[in-house]
Design a protein around this ligand. Structure first.
Ligand code: ADP
Ligand code: MG
Length: 236
């Protein structure tokens, strides 16, 4: 909590109240698992970081002016180490083409998460003038946008409430294993909902927060079964 406070006060000094993946440490501080990664400011440094990560990496533009990174080609998935430096330049160019005066904080080099076995979910919070902090859970991608298949509870969200959220969405069977897929570790998802609820309860200055996607993975012995791959928030 102390670390979270430090991170939040350091970002308050910026003139922008919208934060992206540079706020991933905030999730770390609350025990929400994030893939290994780092934000770098040069192609050479990007290559160094990628060399320290097993397998291919994902690279993302980090800019408060780019809210939907993939919309502008700002996310490169499955980048081999040899291509990391060139991809760094490409991502910066795309951001500049999109908005010449964009503030660019750097490029995030991130470990790949296995989406084939995982289910992309969303965990978020919006402060409602009437109800207060509303915690949201749903499936990611087209499910959330097209199906409006989401569950809401007011924070602080108890464990039974978080479990209900994972059960009441229409697409809940996808979490429990459908079409021969392995079920994901729903308990890890429930725990993440609780941790996010705690974070936004402790810090009223967080007006909005979205983890999209939180990748839910099958139960692996001893392994990490959720990965917060992307985060966006607005602070007061
Ligand atoms: P944005 O939502 O701003 O476009 P994301 O960071 O969510 O950017 O990346 C877009 C998509 O790329 C994700 O929804 C996910 O499908 C994929 N992706 C992002 N990061 C990873 C990762 N570390 N491993 C695997 N896939 C990823
Ligand atoms: Mg996203």
């Amino acid at each position: 909590r102390e670390r979270a406070r430090e991170i939040l006060s350091s970002v308050r000094d910026r003139d922008d109240n919208r934060l992206g993946v540079e706020a991933m440490e905030l999730l770390d501080a609350y025990g929400i698992e994030t893939p290994a990664g780092e934000i770098v400011d040069s192609p050479a440094r990007a290559s160094e970081v990628a060399a320290g990560i097993d397998g291919d990496v994902v690279m993302k533009i980090v800019s408060p002016d780019v809210l939907h990174k993939s919309d502008i080609g700002g996310v490169a998935v499955g980048v081999a180490d040899a291509d990391v430096a060139d991809t760094y330049e490409d991502l910066i160019t795309r951001a500049r083409n999109y908005q010449p005066d964009a503030t660019i904080l750097g490029v995030q080099v991130q470990e790949m998460v296995d989406l084939d076995d995982g289910v992309e979910t969303i965990v978020g919070m919006n402060r409602d003038p009437q109800f207060g902090p509303l915690v949201m859970f749903g499936l990611g991608g087209i499910f959330v946008e097209v199906m409006e298949d989401t569950a809401f509870r007011v924070a602080p969200v108890s464990e039974p409430e978080a479990r209900e959220m994972t059960e009441e969405i229409r697409s809940a069977p996808l979490l429990r294993g459908a079409r021969g897929r392995d079920p994901v570790d729903v308990d890890a998802v429930i725990e993440t909902i609780g941790r996010l609820s705690q974070l936004v309860t402790d810090f009223p200055a967080i007006l909005e927060l979205d983890i999209n996607p939180l990748v839910a993975l099958p139960d692996a012995d001893g392994g990490t079964n959720v990965a917060a791959v992307d985060v966006r928030l607005t602070v007061d």
